[in-house]
Structures are given as structure tokens and as C-alpha cells.
Design a protein around this ligand. Structure first.
Ligand code: B12
Length: 266
């Protein structure tokens, strides 16, 4: 299919209509914005005006998409239930809204054969303007010496109570100047708070205090906290206690390509 231009608002609204009620947020971007901040080895192989959308899950995804997904017994065992649910929601929205179009969908947990992530979720979310990605380099006179500190995104409404789930690249669609790059909302402007944020994310991520660096409009429900607070093997047990899985363990072991499960990316 030849490259075509697109009405960005129309495409974004179509996806939004389908994914918002499931607790997702969609944010448009151009591939050039993403590639511009990355070294060539991490570029996505598309022209800079290529249209893309980054998909985030908000706190309501758990109740609006995940519990119904379990209820429908769509869970297959073998891979992470949340990943399966997100994949089902995103791929059915894509095929309903844009059937026949070439759309490359990458999920946060997918790796290339080189073991690099298929896309850098935090960079994509930052350049789309959905969140601010706070990195070590955003702290003047860093107090950590040579220690590598992982960066963390903060959402202006949800603080850290969200996850970045997928990148959709509309391979045959280019956009022009009608899509302007938004400035991400800097909701942690002070050096002190940025230090506090990065230390909480790197040293105490299990206590989730980094998620409350700003006052969020909504956090995860207690049920969702129980789920993401559990290790993967315990999560299956939780699902069993909630009545979603058979107690004989016939769904098998949950495995994943990445070690993310041990950390419970929620
Ligand atoms: C591998 C991985 C890990 C690894 C390594 C972490 C790392 N950051 O490298 C481990 C296992 C340690 C890990 C742990 C966790 N992780 Co993790 N992880 C990932 C994963 C899969 C890839 C990250 C990665 O490899 N990045 C590569 C490095 C090199 O990228 P980078 O540091 O950003 O560097 C680039 C930028 O600096 C960019 N750049 C340069 N200049 C500029 C300028 C600008 C303006 C911008 C925007 C970019 C930019 O260029 C660099 C590359 O050259 C992502 C999902 C994904 N697909 O991205 C989740 C992800 C980063 N993890 C996430 C989370 C939540 C966690 C945990 C809290 C676990 C949990 N329970 O949820 C812990 C916390 C960290 C800790 N204390 O251990 C979330 C972060 C959400 C957020 N709010 O930011 C992500 C995005 C997953 C998700 N689905 O939302 N994780």
C-alpha cells in the first residue's frame, strides 16, 4: 500500500473510543520524535513522519479489562495473564478500527533476537507528551557518583500508577505539521524531588512510594495491589482464590521472555 496521509484526530479518536473504556490511554507521536533522541542502533526503521501511537494502561485497566478477561476464561496459561489480556484488547481494537492496514504492534515485554526491547517504552511515552521521563541526566549535580540510576516516567494524573504497554506503528501512514510535538508535563520540577523519585524507583521500588511522587487522581485498587504485589507463582494462586482458574493447576506454569516477571511490572 502506498504511503497515505491521515487525519490524526480521527485515527486517535477511533482507537480511544475502543480502548478508553477498557482503561487504556492512547497518545499519538511521529517516529522521528522517538528516533531523534536515540542512537542509530536503537532507531525504529521507518521514515520520520511515520504515524505511531503509544498505549498506556491506567489504574482502571485491571477492573475494566483484566477481570472481565479472566471471567471470560480467555486466559491460556503459559504466558503472563496481564500480557495476554493487553494483547487481546489492543489487537482486537486494531483489527476492528483499521482492518487491512499495515500496523506493527510491539508490546513492552517483547525482545528482539539481540535481547534488546522492541521499543523503549519510556522514551516513546515521553516524546508523545503523555508523561515526563525523569532520567539521571535531569538531576543537576547528581549525588550518585558513577552509579547508574534507572529513569522513571511520571504521569500528570496518575503519578506512577500506570504502565506503558504497546507501540503501534502505522507503517503506511505519514503525518505532516498537523501533528506537533507536545511538551511533556514536568510535574516533578525540583532537584530535590527528582532525587527522591529516582532513589525511590531504584532502591525501594517494591514499596511503590515512587508512584505517589505527585498526588494521583486514582491509584490501583486493593485487589490490583494484591495482584501486582505478589510474585508470579503467587499470582496464579491468587487467581485461583478469586475463582478464575481451576485448582488443579492445569493452566501450567506461567513463563515469560524477560525477567520482568520477577519484578512484577504493573
Ligand atoms: C529491562 C527492563 C528492566 C530491567 C532493567 C531496567 C532498565 N531501565 O534498563 C530491570 C529488570 C532491572 C527492571 C526493573 C524494573 N522495572 Co523495568 N523495564 C525494562 C524494559 C523491558 C526495558 C528497559 C530498557 O532496557 N531500557 C534500555 C535503556 C538503555 O534505556 P534508557 O535507560 O531509557 O536509555 C535511553 C534513554 O536515555 C534515551 N535517551 C537519551 N537521551 C534522551 C533524551 C530524552 C528526552 C528521552 C525521552 C530519551 C533519551 O537513550 C537511551 C538509550 O541509548 C522496560 C519496558 C520497555 N520495553 O521499555 C521496563 C520498564 C522500564 N520497567 C518498569 C518498571 C515499573 C520496573 C520496576 C518498578 C518493576 C515493577 N515491579 O514494576 C523495576 C524498577 C527498577 C529497579 N529498581 O529495579 C516500567 C517503568 C514505568 C515508568 N513509570 O517509567 C517499564 C517502562 C515497563 C512498563 N510496562 O511500564 N526493568
Amino acid at each position: 500500500m502506498a504511503a497515505s496521509t491521515v487525519n490524526v484526530e480521527h485515527v486517535t479518536k477511533l482507537l480511544q473510543d475502543s480502548l478508553c473504556e477498557l482503561g487504556f490511554e492512547v497518545n499519538p507521536l511521529k517516529i522521528g520524535w522517538y528516533n531523534n533522541v536515540l542512537p542509530a542502533s536503537l532507531h525504529l526503521p521507518y521514515p520520520e513522519d511515520t504515524f505511531a501511537v503509544v498505549v498506556l494502561s491506567t489504574p482502571s485497566m485491571f477492573e475494566q479489562a483484566f477481570l472481565p478477561f479472566l471471567e471470560e476464561q480467555s486466559f491460556q496459561g503459559l504466558s503472563d495473564p496481564i500480557d495476554q489480556c493487553v494483547k487481546q484488547c489492543v489487537s482486537s481494537a486494531v483489527s476492528q478500527c483499521f482492518s487491512g492496514q499495515n500496523i506493527a504492534v510491539s508490546y513492552d515485554y517483547e525482545l528482539l533476537p539481540s535481547r534488546k526491547p522492541k521499543f523503549l517504552a519510556q522514551t516513546a511515552a515521553h516524546v508523545s507528551g503523555a508523561v515526563f521521563y525523569y532520567q539521571q541526566s535531569d538531576v543537576p549535580q547528581q549525588p550518585w557518583g558513577n552509579k547508574k540510576m534507572y529513569g522513571v516516567c511520571v504521569h500528570p494524573s496518575f503519578g506512577g500508577w500506570f504502565a506503558i504497554r504497546a507501540l503501534l506503528v502505522f507503517e503506511d501512514v505519514t503525518v505532516g505539521s498537523e501533528l506537533q510535538q507536545p511538551v511533556p508535563p514536568d510535574c516533578v520540577p525540583s532537584r530535590e524531588d527528582r532525587i527522591h523519585l529516582l532513589e525511590a524507583f531504584n532502591f525501594n521500588w517494591q514499596d511503590w512510594t515512587y508512584r505517589d511522587i505527585i498526588s494521583p487522581v486514582q491509584t490501583y485498587s486493593q485487589k490490583q495491589k494484591d495482584y501486582f504485589g505478589a510474585l508470579p507463582a503467587q499470582r496464579l494462586d491468587l487467581l485461583k482464590t478469586w475463582g478464575f482458574l481451576q485448582k488443579d493447576g492445569s493452566e501450567g506454569e506461567v513463563t515469560s521472555d524477560t525477567e520482568r516477571q520477577a519484578n512484577g511490572h504493573g
